[in-house]
Structures are given as C-alpha cells and as structure tokens.
Design a protein around this ligand. Structure first.
Ligand SMILES: [Cu+2]
Length: 242
C-alpha cells in the first residue's frame, strides 16, 4: 500500500473513532441530561420545603420499568418526573420524601445511619394500603435495612455530607401491595413518609444528589440504568443566591 493510501486509511479510521465518540456522548450522555424540567423552590421565613417521592416504576414512554424519583411543584402540587430542583442558598431546607417503592436491603448497611441532617435524625411514618398508620412520627437516627426490610432507596448529597436512608413499606406490603401506577398517590397504596432538614450551603452552585441503593434492576450489580441517569435515581440540587 502506498504511503498516501495508508494515510487515507488512517484518517478514515481516525474519523470513525471520533464519530463514534461524538455519537456516544450525544446519544447516551446528552440524551439523559436534556429536556428535564427544573422545579424551583422558594423560601418563606428562611425555610424552603422540598417534596419528593420514589416509585417502583414511572410514567415515561422510554423507561417505564425503571425506579424513579418525582419532584413536586411548589405551587401546583403536580408531580414532575425530574430530579432537578433549586433552593436558595443559606436556607433551612425541609425535605419530605414519600417512599412507595418496596424494600431492598442496603448493600452497605453503613447507609442505614442518618448523616448530615439537622439533629442527625429523620422523622418517619408508615401507612398500609388502607391508610392505616402502623408507624407514627418516629424520630430516629437509624433505619436499619438489615434487621427489617424497610429501606427503598437513599437520598444523599455527598458534597454536603447528607446521607439519608429512605423508608419503604414493610416487607409484606412490599411483596404484595405496592403502587403500580406513577406518580403514586397516598390513597390505596402503602407508603412511608420521611421528613428531615439540612442547611443549604452559603455557596451557590450545583450539588449532585444520588441514591446509594444499587437499584438498577437488570444492570450489572444494579449500578447502571436509573442509578446513573438524571431524572431517575440521580439528580442535581441547584443552590441559588438568595
Ligand atoms: Cu435507588
């Protein structure tokens, strides 16, 4: 082969590799990060209320079987299929999470320990599908996912040291009666409600949040799919200057 022909082959091969890289970035990374709405929360009296739910499934056309978080719009109370929200800086953030998905023992039970919340605790209530409250407003610093099956996912903002196990319905309710249509409603479904607070940082910026239960069913070690995709088990909290 002549030098020119070899050079041509090399250039074509190089462009092929570049093209594949661009395609991968746009198709897999770009597609997952575009088109997601951001729910903006505004404070009153120095506090802001963030409301989330996590479900065994979701109402998307593309990935209906993936576990997912939803974020509640502050004004309309509509559930938005997104994990992007914003809060003002240096503000007390009160988080409420409705846990509809069933229990999965944490792979590392260290994350049963509540960390980084005000008081180092969460407040927990659990309801069966008839609305009967079987755990009432319990303040706790641990939700031990290995002694009882009662954790569905986690909510963690590693950069802020916030690690919160998110409660699920108990083992029997998880096996038999879970919500099967998203976004889930409190009537007719078993669920847990958990509340906790933390201070948003003084520094404006984007803070990644993440579930630490390897809940990507059907993926290697459960660590891909929804676990690695914004809008499902991974999100961003934008902290905006107030
Ligand atoms: Cu999860």
């Amino acid at each position: 082969m002549s030098v020119a022909a070899r050079a041509a082959v090399l250039i074509v091969a190089f462009l092929g590799v570049v093209g594949l890289g661009v395609f991968t970035a746009v198709y897999y990374v770009g597609a997952a990060t575009t088109q997601l709405p951001v729910v903006h929360y505004t404070a009153s009296s120095g506090q802001v209320n963030v409301v989330l739910q996590e479900d065994p499934q979701n109402d998307s056309a593309s990935r209906p079987d993936w576990v997912a978080y939803y974020t509640q719009d502050q004004a309309s109370k509509q559930w938005v299929h997104t994990t992007l929200f914003s809060v003002p800086a240096n503000t007390k953030v009160n988080v409420t999470i409705y846990g509809y998905d069933g229990c999965t023992p944490l792979r590392n039970n260290y994350f049963s320990q509540v960390q980084g919340t005000l008081g180092g605790t969460v407040n927990l209530s659990q309801f069966d599908q008839h609305g009967k409250e079987y755990v009432t407003s319990k303040t706790t610093s641990v939700i031990n996912s290995w002694t009882d099956c009662n954790v569905g996912h986690t909510f963690a903002i590693p950069e802020l040291g916030v690690f919160v196990p998110v409660a699920s319905p108990n083992a029997q309710l998880s096996a038999d009666n879970l919500c099967d249509s998203s976004p889930c409603a409190t009537s007719g479904n078993p669920y847990a409600v958990e509340t906790f607070s933390f201070m948003s940082p003084k520094q404006a910026g984007t803070y990644r949040w993440q579930c630490f239960v390897p809940c990507g069913g059907g993926y290697l070690d459960g660590n891909s799919g929804p676990m690695g995709t914004l809008g499902w088990m991974m999100g961003e909290m934008d902290v905006v200057s107030s």
